[in-house]
Design a binder for this molecule. Sequence first.
Ligand SMILES: [Zn+2]
Length: 85
Amino acid sequence: MAEFGIWVDEDGGFAETGFRSSEQAQQGIGDLVFAEPYLRDYTLSVVEICPDHEEQPKEGCEECDAEPGEDDADDDESDSLSHAA
Ligand SMILES: [Zn+2]
């Protein structure tokens, strides 16, 4: 099942995740700016979350772009020199 979150452009991250529909997330934006008024100055948008990486949007997921087909690569960084450059 698709999951949606509230993406903050300026932060490059999600302010809130775990919504089951885009409508729910849209409502969540209203609640969020009410609770955190400073977020009104930010660019908030509803985006679908990457099914493999809950910190990333489905469209343009940096993790999927970086390691196509290697979901566990990040967990093995200590054993690997692949990031040396
Ligand atoms: Zn991903």
